[in-house]
Ligand binder design. Structure first.
Ligand code: BTN
Length: 308
């Protein structure tokens, strides 16, 4: 109901009477008034006058009712330890495909290789529970599709040059703006779920903790809407997942990457490798040419770009 009330108020610049809302939405004026009071408590600036209700501004918070059509699959908390933890519990209990857990901030945000992910207010932190009909060997494609889709969307909305770094980071001018973490559980020959966690620096400033990181606000010089980015991303990514878009995702991803033909240092759980990144193979692994001429194929790790 909140999403329908907001939709109505947003369509009209002037005030909308309680009577008109009640007739259009088929609930009593008292119920309308109660919903309006709740929306005000959630930070919506709704002016109430003798002529009716007028929406002056909305908070930039991804409340479920802002996601028309997917309200029941959006779980938002102002603060969580990590969206990965909540998403894992929901996934194991059988929640629907594309259930999305979002946090305003995280107290124990996690990065790859057990690092911390700095998650203060202003960033966008979410985990999608995905249930693709895929054999586990192809699951890596989902991460490549997730990063490529977000890079393209940010380029399109903000006209900035977002590029992908192996495996799933997004960079702008060589600075990290987004990281992704995926967790998979599989049954014998099919994926049960892939939880894709995304941390995007939007209106926060990560640079005091991560000097090589950046955010949309630092690049653009002003705040942007987290809610809108997420809304558009979920729609776009879900459409891509339903199409065969990920059959040639590695080829497409290569058009957007700044990792290939670079000297890199790759840290895995056990080793550190250096060399020239010459390819990403059809399994998503990075192929390095080491200084002795040998080739090394790396399936998972953290990649640091060195010189060109
Ligand atoms: C990385 O680059 O190391 C991956 C960072 C992933 C961070 C996101 S934020 C939302 C989700 N919850 C977490 O605790 N981590 C991921």
């Amino acid at each position: 109901m909140k999403s329908r009330i907001l939709e109505n108020l947003r369509k009209n610049e002037g005030p909308v009477s309680g009577q008109a809302l009640s007739e259009q939405l088929g609930i009593s004026r008292v119920s309308i008034w109660k919903h309006i009071q709740q929306l005000q408590a959630f930070g919506y600036d709704i002016i109430s006058s003798a002529k009716g209700y007028r929406l002056k501004s909305s908070p930039d918070v991804p409340y479920p009712w802002e996601f028309t059509g997917r309200e029941s699959k959006i779980i938002y908390h102002e603060q969580l330890s990590s969206t990965m933890e909540v998403a894992k519990q929901l996934a194991r209990k059988g929640c629907a495909d594309f259930t999305t857990v979002i946090a305003g901030r995280q107290t124990s945000g996690r990065g790859r290789l057990n690092r911390q992910w700095f998650s203060d207010e202003g960033g966008l932190y979410f985990t999608m529970v995905l249930r693709p009909d895929l054999p586990p060997v192809f699951s890596f494609r989902v991460g490549f599709l997730a990063s490529l889709t977000l890079a393209r969307l940010l380029n399109q909305i903000f006209k900035i040059e977002v590029r992908v770094k192996w495996p799933n980071d997004l960079l702008v001018n060589e600075r990290k703006i987004c990281g992704m973490l995926s967790e998979l559980e599989a049954e014998a020959d099919r994926v049960a779920f892939i939880n894709m966690g995304i941390g995007l620096n939007v209106n926060n400033d990560p640079s005091p903790i991560e000097p090589t990181a950046t955010s949309l606000k630092m690049i653009l010089g002003h705040n942007v809407s987290k809610k809108e980015i997420l809304f558009r991303y979920l729609d776009l990514f879900e459409t891509q997942m339903q199409s065969a878009a990920y059959d040639d995702v590695i080829e497409q991803w290569k058009q957007y990457t700044v990792t290939l033909n670079r000297h890199v240092r790759v840290v895995t759980t056990r080793d550190v490798f250096t060399g020239k990144a010459i390819d990403v193979d059809e399994t998503g692994a990075l192929v390095l040419k080491c200084s002795d001429g040998s080739l090394k194929t790396i399936h998972y790790g953290d990649c640091f770009h060195q010189s060109h």
